[in-house]
Design a protein around this ligand. Structure first.
Ligand SMILES: [Zn+2]
Length: 217
């Protein structure tokens, strides 16, 4: 599945996700009114009158990730390692995203590890990288793979490991109504895929030793 996603993305290259002409704010607000009516309510009643405008503004925040090209951003911000050659791990990066199937929240944490070759990035940059991908319509598998591929492409490290844990509100609040279920996805590249020991070192650091066998690329 990831392969199909990747090849689709590479065809749409450079400009990021392909876009049709962006609707106007008024058009977006009208669409929200329609959904309110679809839900069974009256968009003209007092409590709902300002809702379409609020929802559209919230969308600007929730989906701000489409404005950014993470690879370009990361290219500007890496630093030389200064000889550091151990695994770097950043765990528990909180993210809030929306599933592309239901536009329902996915909330969780991303753990990132990489073994630098010449380049490292600061903690805040990694958190920002996660945020840019999260603030798009997503499926968790794709987001995990995209974060790993971006780090791999820009830092060219010996390997990258990304593990994502997410709770999908499309599962907890509708459909199967499964609460307390966390989806775990992983993408291991380079040494993290090829060397069980390095992978285990990372999984121990994030408190998931033994939890993931091999997430291949
Ligand atoms: Zn969903």
């Amino acid at each position: 599945m990831d392969k199909a996603v990747n090849s689709k993305r590479s065809r749409a290259k450079s400009s990021g996700p392909s876009r049709q002409a962006k609707p106007s704010r008024a058009e977006a607000e009208t669409a929200v009114r329609t959904l309110i009516r679809w839900a069974g309510d009256d968009p003209d009643r007092e409590g709902l009158r300002a809702t379409p405008a609020r929802v559209v503004r919230a969308y600007e925040e929730w989906f701000a990730g489409y404005k950014d090209e993470p690879r370009e951003y990361l290219k500007r911000t890496f630093e030389e390692t200064g000889g550091y050659d151990e695994v770097v791990v950043l765990r528990d990066i909180r993210f809030e995203s929306f599933c592309e199937h239901h536009i329902a929240p996915i909330i969780g944490r991303v753990h990132i590890g990489y073994l630098p070759r010449n380049r490292v990035v600061g903690i805040s940059k990694l958190a920002r990288l996660v945020e840019v991908y999260a603030r798009r319509l997503q499926i968790q598998e794709k987001m995990t793979a995209e974060i790993a591929a971006c780090l791999d492409a820009v830092l060219k490290p010996h390997g990258v490991a990304v593990v994502t844990e997410g709770t999908h509100q499309c599962m907890t609040t509708r459909g199967v109504h499964k609460t307390g279920v966390t989806m775990v996805t992983s993408r291991m590249l380079g040494v993290f895929r090829d060397h069980a020991e390095t992978r285990q070192e990372f999984l121990s650091a994030i408190g998931m030793r033994g939890a993931i066998s091999v997430g291949t690329g």
